[in-house]
Ligand binder design. Structure first.
Ligand code: NAP
Length: 254
């Protein structure tokens, strides 16, 4: 029988896929630390929704591009664990925070490249490193990547390259943290309608129609299509899934 226990930290959970994962994990009984960057109201709304459903959640600010802030973030996590759950360890980390940016390789600026690198690869690397001392033995890590690592999508080169790096890093995490019983997987969504994508879909409905046509199940995804998979991986029933990249795309470009 499915068992969800413990506390999960989900970065970028003020909206979109992270918010869905937070709510789905809480529904199944987990405590949740949701992080936000600019949208504190969104994070507060997620916390309220979880509390209304009888769960426990805390919102903390975190810019995953600011490695120098991670030690301070770890201290705030330790305080939240003690004051809200009477715990000194947490049980899962979902490295989800991110943003999209389309530009052709010939036009990408160094600033665009460095921005994407910081949030999608360097941030998850050093955030995981910073939080390791608070991670319980037997915990798990889920890294959010993208189906653009499998399907070359013009304009997404730096984003997809760093997400691909995160998939490789996931296997290294599984290898190096295995002795502590910590497993690591990546989840790789296809196109999902969130704030990250809705502008493009609203401006170019034909883009959404094209992606839906390239998807075996005939539509693009909704946040809960991914949030429920994250929650499923957080279950003890998924405890033997390790070092995998799990694409969640309805069968995109197969
Ligand atoms: N939507 C898709 O089609 C799709 C497909 C494949 C992969 N993904 C990946 O899924 C993840 C979530 O995307 P989404 O679609 O849910 O996007 P979204 O709705 O735009 O939400 C992005 C989240 O990331 C946070 N964030 C952005 N930059 C941050 C930073 N520097 N530090 C900390 N938090 C930051 C945002 O925080 P604030 O709201 O506080 O600013 C927000 O909570 C991303 O890693 C994205 O690459 C999305």
């Amino acid at each position: 029988m499915s068992k969800h226990t413990g506390i999960v930290i989900i970065t970028g959970a003020s909206r979109g896929l992270g918010a869905s994962a937070a709510i789905q994990a809480a529904k199944r009984g987990m405590g949740v630390i949701v992080t936000y960057n600019s949208h504190s109201a969104g994070a507060d709304a997620v916390v309220r929704q979880i509390e209304t459903g009888g769960g426990k959640a805390v919102a903390l600010a975190l810019d995953v591009a600011k490695v120098s802030s991670f030690a301070g973030f770890r201290d705030r996590v330790a305080t939240a664990l003690a004051s809200t759950w009477d715990r000194d360890r947490f049980d899962a980390l979902v490295n989800n925070a991110g943003y999209g940016q389309f530009n052709a390789i010939e036009a990408v600026t160094e600033a665009e490249f460095d921005g994407l690198l910081g949030v999608h690869l360097k941030g998850p690397f050093f955030l995981t490193q910073a939080l390791l001392p608070l991670m319980a033995d037997g915990a798990q890590i889920i890294n959010m990547t993208s189906a653009t690592t499998r399907v070359a999508t013009p304009g997404a080169a730096p984003y997809a390259a760093f997400k691909g790096g995160l998939e490789v890093l996931t296997r290294y995490m599984a290898k190096e943290f295995g002795p502590r019983g910590i497993r690591a997987n990546s989840v790789s969504p296809g196109a999902i309608r969130t704030d990250m994508t809705s502008g493009a879909f609203d401006q170019m409905p034909e883009f959404e129609t094209m992606l839906a046509g390239q998807t075996a199940l005939g539509r693009i995804g909704a946040p809960d299509d991914v949030g429920r998979v994250i929650a499923g991986l957080l279950s003890a029933d998924s405890g033997w899934i390790n070092a995998q990249n799990i694409e969640v795309s309805g069968g995109y470009n197969i």
